[in-house]
Design a protein around this ligand. Sequence first.
Ligand code: SF4
Ligand code: SF4
Length: 348
Amino acid sequence: MTALSQAASDGIAPLLRWLDRLPEPVDLMLVCAEHQSEVAGHHPGAAVVRLDACLADLPASALLELVLRGTRVEARLEGCERPDLAARSVDDANRLLTSCARPERVALSSSRAGAGAEDPVLDVRALPLPRRALLSMSAGPSGAAAARPPRAATERERMLDALRSLTAPPPRVRPAPGSGSEPPARPRQPRQRDTLDQHPAPSAMLAASGCTGCGVCVQSCPADALRLEGSPADDGRVRVTLRHLPASCLDCGECVARCPHGALESTGRHTWAGLLACLPQFLASEVLRECARCAEPLPSDSTGSLCEICAFRRANPFGARLPPGVAPGVAPALAGGAPADGEALGGG
Ligand code: SF4
Ligand code: SF4
C-alpha cells in the first residue's frame, strides 16, 4: 500500500455503499478472494461476501467502519492464506471497540462446521439489492446513511473518523411537544477517549535538540506531518519554529534518519487518544545563527561562531587530517577545490 494514494480498505467501498442502501442491517460473513464459491452451513439473515483481496489486508479501521453500519461482522478464515494476520486485524478492531466501551465485537471463524445447506457467496463488486431497497433508491440514502460524511481518503483518516463515531455521546432524546414528560436520564458516559490512551498508534513521538531550522525533515516527510515556520526575532534575525502533527505522522522514521544534524529523535509512539486530540506537538523554536565563515546554519546548541567543518579547518590549517565524519571522496569540495592527491584540505 502506498500510504497516501491508495488505502488498503478501498476494496470494501462497494460493500459500504450496499449496506447504506439496505432497508435494515444484515449480518455479514467476510471471506477471502481465494475462497470457494459456497460456505458450509446455512446462516439465515446473513450475507456471505467474498472480498476482492485477502482478509489479512483488511485493516482494523475497515472492520470498524462495517460495525458502525450496525451490522454483525464475522471474518471466516477458511481459504485465507494468512490467517494469523487476518486474526490480528480482528483482534485490533475488538480491542479498540472495548476501549470505546462498545458492546459490538467482530467474530472470527475458521471451522467448516455445518453440513447440508450451503450459503452462496456474493462477490463484493456484484452485490444484489433487495426489491425494497430498489424502490427507495430514487429517494437517495436516508437516516444515518444520509447524515454520514463522505468517506476519508486515507487509512489514518478512516480510523480517526471511526473512533470519533464510536466515542461520540449518544444523541439527546427530546420529549414530544406537549407531553410534559422529562427525557430519560442519559447514562453516564465513561471517559472513552481516555481509554484509547492505552493503544499505541502508528505515529512517532518526536523530540528535537540542536535544530538549525534547515527544513530537511519537512521536505523528507511523506505525510506532510512537520511544519517549519519563520518569524522575525527581536534582534532582526529569524526565529524558526518546528512543529509535528501526530495525527498525520506515519512513524516512518524518515525525518530522524535524514536530519543532517542528528537533532531529531523518536522517543516512542503516540496513542489513538492523542491522535484524536489532533494537537500539533511543539518540537523546537530557535533564532537562526549562521557560521561566520561559510554562512551555513548553526545548530542552536553550538557555542562558537563557526560550524563544525570551519572550526575544524581553523584548528587544522594545513589540511593534514579530514574532519570527523567526512568521507575521503568529498574532501576536495570541502577544501574549496583542492587537488585530490593525498586528500589534503586547503588551509584555514
Ligand atoms: S530537525 Fe534537523 S532536519 Fe529538521 S529542521 Fe531541525 S536540523 Fe533541519
Ligand atoms: S516519522 Fe517523521 S518523516 Fe515519517 S511521517 Fe512522521 S514526521 Fe513524517
